[in-house]
Design a protein around this ligand. Structure first.
Ligand code: AMP
Length: 310
């Protein structure tokens, strides 16, 4: 099936994460938006990765990505330390605070796309400095679909660069809190209306365990999150969602309203695996069969017996 898929270009962070989870703390966990998104996307399409790692980034983790059909020609190994992020989750894993963000090698990164990447039709601008997202896009000749992610760190710190990036994104994927922050509206429907005026044709608002909403300007679609008993580590769930969604669109080449709805369901299914283990432990082994079986569980979850209610 993968042979028909278009390659998906992904730019984002590759990171060491220090995670304070309710029952465990884990240090130096390999993560980053690009890492999670790439693993999830390869279930559906080959990935062309653009990122930078420092001298300290383990080669084994790069090899693992490469074995999953991730082209690493656009990943630079620079002198210095890898990007680092530290976060602490609350006891019910519903919210988190960022304790530290160290840009390290990302501070001086100037992405130069390998020539083999410039014809990419599908582009996922993963969470990273919005100017870097635009720099990457500048080098792609005819993108068919640009999906973008961002986060509070950039919305707060780089509002003009985020605004410039939004003008070039077809689909924006952010969480509820970020949608409120970006738009200044608490009500999500109002926030969506406002954000859709800034560039994107579609907006996906992730709501953690309460699923995701897709706004395309003329309709709204809801995808649930799978109700899991054991949520271990939500880190990377958003990137997994975006990666799986983008990979699926690159595979199907169907960017219609219906195609987007299907992609949102796929994103939600993939994200439900990410949270079941620390770091990329589960997402690094995700298969199409896993995603299909969770989609089947979603169908059962949402099945309404066909009887009249009166
Ligand atoms: P998510 O849980 O989907 O929001 O993504 C978590 C991942 O994003 C972690 O692995 C972090 O390394 C990475 N991350 C956190 N802050 C940033 C940032 N400001 N820019 C890029 N990546 C980040």
């Amino acid at each position: 099936m993968q042979s028909k898929a278009s390659p998906l270009l992904i730019v984002g962070s590759m990171a060491f994460d220090d995670l304070e989870l309710p029952t465990i703390s884990a240090k130096n966990v390999v993560g980053g938006s690009a890492t999670y998104s790439a693993y999830a996307a390869t279930v559906f399409a080959p990935v062309r990765l653009v990122a930078v790692v420092g001298e300290d980034f383990p080669s084994g983790d790069l090899e693992a990505l490469s074995r999953r059909n991730v082209d690493l020609a656009g990943v630079e190994r620079a002198d210095g330390k890898t990007f680092r992020w530290a976060g602490r989750y609350d006891t019910n894993l519903m919210s988190r605070v960022t304790l530290e963000t160290q840009l390290n090698v990302f501070a001086d990164f100037q992405p130069k796309l390998p020539r083999s990447y410039t014809d990419s039709s599908y582009v996922l601008l993963g969470n990273i400095h919005p100017t870097l997202q635009c720099d990457v896009l500048d080098q792609v000749s005819h993108p068919k679909l640009v999906i973008a992610d961002t986060m509070n760190f950039w919305i707060e710190g780089e509002p003009d660069a985020v605004a410039a990036m939004l003008k070039r994104a077809d689909v924006l994927v952010i969480n509820e809190e970020e949608a409120r922050q970006l738009s200044g509206h608490h009500n999500i429907s109002k926030a969506a209306k406002d954000i859709l005026r800034r560039g994107p044709k579609a907006l996906i608002v992730k709501r953690g365990e309460y699923g995701a909403l897709l706004f395309d300007g003329s309709s709204t679609f809801f995808a649930p999150a799978y109700p899991l008993e054991d949520v271990v580590d939500p880190t990377g769930a958003g990137d997994t969602f975006a990666g799986a969604m983008a990979g699926y669109l690159a595979k199907t080449n169907d960017v219609s309203a219906a195609g987007l709805r299907r992609a949102v369901m796929v994103g939600s299914a993939a994200a439900s695996f990410c949270v079941e283990a620390v770091g990329t432990a589960k997402i690094g082994r995700l298969s199409g069969q896993d995603v299909n079986s969770r989609l089947e569980s979603f169908r059962r979850l949402m099945h309404v017996p066909d009887e009249e209610v009166n």
